[in-house]
Design a protein around this ligand. Structure first.
Ligand SMILES: NC(=O)c1ccc[n+]([C@@H]2O[C@H](COP(=O)([O-])OP(=O)(O)OC[C@H]3O[C@@H](n4cnc5c(N)ncnc54)[C@H](O)[C@@H]3O)[C@@H](O)[C@H]2O)c1
Length: 258
């Protein structure tokens, strides 16, 4: 058991975001070569610059829009040309439109479709395009970021007294990602390609104390986790130590979903 990512070329979509930043550092720490692929290229570039002195030559920034096939194809072609192989992609971007996050009764058909298209559709497109290369290579690894809310019904009570809710699109998207993972795993059986999900509970990002108290009642020890608490599971899924795992979903939530 090694949990090593030495010289593995790993793309992290949405790598400049809350969880992405932590994943970029964690993968680089384990020896991986990380591509911070984000629609916010400036944020990706400044993250790569910030970490350059610590992980010389291991982190680069790239522009990527997961909802645009040309953007994905261009990135894959460029990385293939420069690195020869691509080992893994973490489907971690979080696209949403300007009306995302409102209550069920106010969600329009157009907003519902747009959010599902961007997020679930984008994850599909990334997986579809990388699988073409992975099949050609004879190996490749995909980690799809899902959520406990792909597996359990929302706990609306934890949002009482806050402006937050658990968006209806999110439930549909994450449940869709869980099953898309199984579909791809089954479809590509025997090709050396594998695909799994990582499903976190909520991640600490300045939520109010009242919310955290309500949330933490459902947890086992720490309560709401920090993005760093996901790293062990991510590195396991990306490393050869999980080589016989495909089509699975790891829930990392300190017991919240039980
Ligand atoms: N934060 C949480 O509490 C939490 C909990 C469970 C699961 N997740 C999942 O983890 C993943 C990352 O979440 P986060 O909280 O870090 O999100 P975030 O909003 O902090 O970061 C998302 C990143 O995705 C980028 N992005 C948006 N649209 C894009 C597109 N079309 N193409 C490429 N990049 C794009 C953004 O620029 C941003 O850098 C998501 O799948 C999310 O659903 C998050």
């Amino acid at each position: 058991m090694q949990f090593k990512l030495q010289n593995k070329v790993i793309i992290i979509t949405g790598g400049a975001g809350t969880i992405g930043k932590c994943f970029v550092r964690g993968v680089a720490e384990k020896g991986g070569i990380v591509v911070v692929a984000d629609i916010n290229f400036d944020a990706a570039k400044s993250l790569a610059n910030e970490m350059e002195h610590e992980y010389m030559g291991q982190i680069e920034a790239a522009y990527l829009d997961i909802t645009n096939k040309e953007s994905i194809v261009t990135l894959i072609a460029d990385l293939k040309h420069r690195y020869g192989v691509i080992d893994a992609v973490v489907n971690n971007a979080y696209p949403r439109n300007k009306n995302y996050g409102i209550k069920l009764e106010s969600v329009t058909y157009a907003d519902f479709c747009e959010n599902v298209n961007m997020h679930l559709g984008g994850y599909f497109l990334v997986a579809q395009q990388f699988c073409l290369l992975f099949k050609e290579q004879g190996y490749g690894n995909i980690v799809n970021m899902s959520s406990v809310y792909g597996s359990i019904a929302p706990r609306f009570e934890v949002y009482d007294g806050t402006r937050m809710t658990m968006p209806v699109e999110y439930a549909a998207i994450k449940a869709g990602i869980d099953h898309l993972t199984r579909y791809f795993a089954q479809y590509y059986k025997g090709t050396g390609l594998r695909i799994n999900c990582l499903s976190p509970g909520g991640i600490l990002a300045g939520q109010s104390n009242n919310f955290l108290v309500a949330y933490n009642k459902y947890c086992s020890s720490k309560g709401m986790l920090d993005a760093n608490d996901l790293l062990g599971a991510l590195i396991f899924l990306l490393s050869d130590d999980s080589c016989f795992m495909t089509g699975q979903n790891l829930l990392i939530d300190d017991g919240y979903s039980l």
